[in-house]
Structure formats: C-alpha cells, structure tokens
Ligand binder design. Structure first.
Ligand code: PHE
Length: 338
C-alpha cells in the first residue's frame, strides 16, 4: 500500500501535468508546497511520530518534496517556452526593417580627427584637461600677471567659486608637464571660452589644438618646421606659411602664424591660424614648483608651444563663412559634411 505521502505526491504530479497555464500551476504549488500546503504540513506532523518512524518518513518527505518541486519547474519552463515561441511566431520576418537615420561627424570633429592623425604621425601623444579650470592653470602657471587684461571679468567667464572656463587650451601644457617629466610631445584639442562680442569670426565658445614639445635643444626652427609641415599636410603642399612677431606671457619669443594658398577658396588672403612660441622659463619654474622637483630645469630643457584655432582651420578647409554655423545645429548645414 502507498504511504499517504506517496499518494499526495501522485496527486500533485497529476495536477501539475494537467495545469493549463502558469496561474493554475502556481495555485497547485501553493496547495502542496506553500506554507500551509498539504506536503509542507507533514513537516509539522513529523514531531508527533514515534522515534523509529521519524528517519523513514523524513527521508520520504524529502523525496516527495523534491519530486513535486522538480515537476513544477519543468512545467513552468514549458509554459515559458510556449510563450516565447508564440511571440516569435507573430513576428513577420519578411517585413522590411525599421530604418535608422545614420548621422555624420560634425565638421569640427572631422577637423579634430584630421589634425590628430597628422600630429600622431609626427610623434605627438594626446593629452587632455578640463574645460572648468582654476586661475592657476589658466593664468598664473602660464606667467600671466594678476593685472593682465585677459584675466578681466569682461574677457573671462568666472564661476561663483572663483574657478573659470578656460580661455585657451594652454592649461593642458601645465597639466601635461605636471604629470610627466621631459621629454614630452603632446597635443590637446578642445573647447575654450571668452566673453567676446559674437560675430562671423568670434564665438563665446571656440576650439583650439594645443601643442607642446619639450626636449633638449628644441629651437624656433623646430617650431616653424613642424607647424609648416602640419599646415601643408592639412591644406596642401602649395600652402605658404608666415610667422609674425607677437606677444604671449608664456612664450618668448612669441609668434603668430598665417597661411595662404592658391588651392584654398580664399586665394591670396593671409589668414591667421595660430599663436606659438618658445616656452618661457617662468612656465617651467611654475611647473617645477607644483611638481616639487627640478624636472623641467630651464637650463637643460627647452620647448615650443602652439595653439591652433580649430574653428578657423575648419572654416578654411571646408570653406565655411561664419563660425556661428558650427553651433546652430542646422541640418542643412551639417548634411553638407556627411
Ligand atoms: N594660448 C594662446 C591663445 O589662445 C595661443 C598660444 C598657445 C600661444 C601656445 C603660444 C603658445 O591665443
């Protein structure tokens, strides 16, 4: 004769087998295995059994519980499988897919990538720094005195906590030298901000490509040769490059860079594209002070730095007449560079 527990098991298995949906299966599970389910309540009854009966019934109870649990899981998996294949059957795989609009790179991003590609070939590594900066990285470390007009609230966006939006990417020169000893050859590209009057060639946010090369015996000849090489790679071999004397607090001597090329739409006109110069010894000293060592000994190391106007380069390269177009997000403009 079957033990009552075995009868219970067979009854449960029959019910599980005939359950028609997940709901019915769950009802069956609760009925047998729930807190006060009929199999579970045997656990309570165990206490009342004679000592020699306990291990036998205990073992049986385990077996029954395992068998019923396994049967429920199997049936549940069946239900889930049916549901999934039902959903799949409703998909018509012969229908055409939903088309996605594929965007294209913004002309400034394209410019960034072209520039990086050329500079990488010249041995430059990529560096970066934040747009929100301290006065120290933007001015002090760059040998810019407290009364310099660039530090004026009319020219620079200050945050209420005293930090500012960097007015040039030269901040990354300092960050790069702080984090690695010479020799160093890095470029950094990104946004800069000035409170300029906005017009066709000025925007409150513009973009620069900063370059820094520090080694023994770096000279103005290296600076001129490297920039000329870059600009000819970018604009074509007929491009003429001109250097004019200028002033920046963080370079000495300082120069401005102009280009002209018959291959370009602007023809005979000289266009300013960069500021550059030889790293001022005071910049090396500021870096040494921050590093707490003498890694950038101005007696031993020299370097050049430049800041190319990325918007300007892109405007020349793609013949774009107005800097404001970069930020207007007009698809008629952007699609021309897809
Ligand atoms: N930071 C300067 C500017 O924004 C450009 C520059 C960079 C000049 C590096 C010299 C060296 O005008």
């Amino acid at each position: 004769m079957l033990h009552p527990l075995e009868q219970l098991r067979d009854e449960a298995l029959r019910e599980i087998e005939s359950a028609t949906d997940e709901q019915a299966l769950e009802t069956t599970r609760v009925k047998y295995l729930g807190r006060s389910g009929s199999i579970s309540s045997w656990g309570e009854q165990m206490k009342t059994l004679a000592k020699d009966e306990k291990p036998v019934v205990g073992k049986l109870l385990n077996e029954v519980r395992n068998a019923v649990t396994a049967a429920i899981e199997t049936r549940d998996a069946q239900f889930r499988l049916e549901k999934e294949s039902g959903a799949l059957a409703r998909i018509d795989i012969s229908l055409p897919g939903t088309p996605h609009e594929i965007g294209s790179l913004h002309p400034l991003q394209q410019m960034h990538e072209r520039a990086i590609k050329i500079f990488r070939r010249m041995g430059f590594a990529l560096a970066e720094g934040p747009d929100v900066e301290t006065e120290w990285y933007c001015f002090d470390a760059l040998n810019t005195p407290p009364d310099h007009p660039a530090r004026n609230e009319q020219d620079t966006f200050y945050l209420s906590d005293g930090r500012l939006l960097r007015t040039h990417t030269s901040t990354v020169q300092i960050r790069a030298m702080e984090s690695a000893p010479p020799p160093l050859r890095v470029i950094a590209s990104g946004a800069a901000y000035r409170r300029d009057e906005v017009d066709a060639t000025h925007s409150a946010q513009f973009h620069q490509i900063e370059g820094l090369y520090v080694d023994e015996n770096v000279s103005v000849a290296d600076l001129k040769g490297d920039l000329e090489f870059f600009l000819r790679e970018l604009f074509g071999s007929e491009t003429e490059v001109q250097f004019r004397p200028h002033y920046f607090p963080f370079t000495e001597p300082s120069l401005e860079v102009y280009v002209r090329s018959k291959a370009l739409k602007r023809g005979e006109q000289w266009i300013e594209v960069a500021g550059c110069g030889m790293v001022h010894p005071a910049v090396f000293e500021a870096v040494n002070k921050a590093r707490g060592d003498k890694a950038y000994d101005p007696e031993k190391w020299s370097g050049y730095a430049f800041g190319l106007g990325m918007d300007r380069l892109a405007m020349i390269l793609f013949d774009i007449p107005d800097i404001r177009l970069f930020a207007e997000n007009d698809l008629r403009f952007l699609r021309q560079f897809a």
